[in-house]
Design a protein around this ligand. Structure first.
Ligand SMILES: [Fe+2]
Length: 185
């Protein structure tokens, strides 16, 4: 049996509503959630799957609270990419292992162990790929939204999202074409 998660109470426990990071976080995750649900509906996912997308997309970036990114109100010490691992830890601590997997794996279209090591990324040294259709829909939608001021509400074009995906390597471009055909925008 699964119970709906009160994701706002988790968000509020880590990101105080009067903080800068909260004002960055909510527009970002709301935009990602909206697009991921749109993709999920188009794929014919059922209500339970769409609810999971809603919860996991709203929580997927919770780990940013522990990184060093003062321009978006994050005053931790870790490099930005660590928000994946930190998000996983936070959501596992909250007893949400499925949601934690989304946080841990939302690295664009996925990244191999070799790519992580070659680029010296602060990620665990193993393949990270969004696996289920729900995880993929969220990771896909996340490619289309920035957290930067002035850009938060504006969905990236396909060309911009493709460029974003390519930051982790050319291999991503092939997957991008496949996902674009499968998920749309
Ligand atoms: Fe995100």
């Amino acid at each position: 049996m699964s119970t709906n998660i009160d994701y706002f109470s988790i968000i509020h426990a880590y990101l105080p509503p009067d903080s800068l990071v909260y004002r960055v976080y909510i527009p970002h995750v709301a935009a990602v959630t909206t697009m991921a649900i749109r993709v999920g509906r188009r794929l014919g996912l059922d209500a339970k799957q769409l609810r999971f997308i809603e919860e996991a997309a709203m929580l997927h970036d919770i780990g940013i609270v522990r990184v060093d990114a003062p321009q978006i109100g994050c005053y931790g010490e870790l490099p930005y990419i660590s928000h994946l691992t930190e998000g996983r830890k936070i959501l596992e601590h909250e007893g949400l292992p499925r949601h934690a997997r989304v946080a841990a794996e939302h690295v664009g279209l996925g990244i191999t162990r070799e790519e992580i090591l070659a680029q010296g990324l602060a990620l665990p040294p193993h393949d990270l790929f969004p696996q289920t259709i729900e995880e993929q829909a969220i990771s896909w939608a996340d490619l289309f939204f920035s957290k930067m001021p002035g850009k938060r509400w504006c969905q990236r074009t396909v060309a911009e999202a493709r460029q974003r995906a390519a930051q982790y390597g050319e291999r991503q471009l092939e997957t991008f074409a496949v996902w674009l055909a499968r998920f749309g925008t």
